[in-house]
Design a protein. Sequence first.
Length: 232
Amino acid sequence: MRLKTSSSRTERCLITGFDSFGKFTSNPSQRIVESLPEEFKIPRTNLLVEVDTLVLPTCCKQSWRAIRNQLSKNRYKSLIMLGLSGGRSKISLERYALNIRDYGIPDNNGHRYDGTPIYKGESEALKTDLPLTDLRRVLRGKNFPTEVSNFAGSFICNEVYYHALRYKEETGALNSVLFVHVPQPKELARTLVEAQHINMESAKSAAARSTKALQLMTECVQEIATYCSKLS
Ligand code: PCA
């Protein structure tokens, strides 16, 4: 049940993850969205954030269709999309989406593209207007290992990001749009151990460390939703 006091202001946020794809048997972005609370209050404010989530099929057609359909149902202030980037060791705030489909592997429905535009004749790249270096400062200040990335790849994550930034430009409907690539929990755990992160002290086994890393990513996503919800 969603609770609301009369003096609180509510901001809606849509947060999406992807199902497993390619050689990956699970996708941390899915596990993160499944662990997020339905709503949370931002401390020391009267702001309540309502969180809707979607787990998207890793398919060029179905993924954006599902997001657009959900966007048409409610007035969202923020759209935060998550996806796995296998090779990374930190949480990446993506700055750009490219107008390109250049898949190294087929998507989950067998679609494959080799360097074709998503929208013919449109901008080569779109950029989020969120102040990413400030967001990174805030997140690092809370001990989340975060980086700004200038390349979201050329597969489905890049593609939904391009669609979403274009949708924001065309409709003006969203205040914030951001794509966040997350690492594998065990990679983030390694980063946290190397940084002697306080969260890792009590985790003795590799499995316990991965669980902690996943929890930390979920908290980080909540911080990103907080940041976006506070922006005017
Ligand atoms: N990562 C892929 C697609 C789904 C996901 O989680 C990507 O980076 O495009």
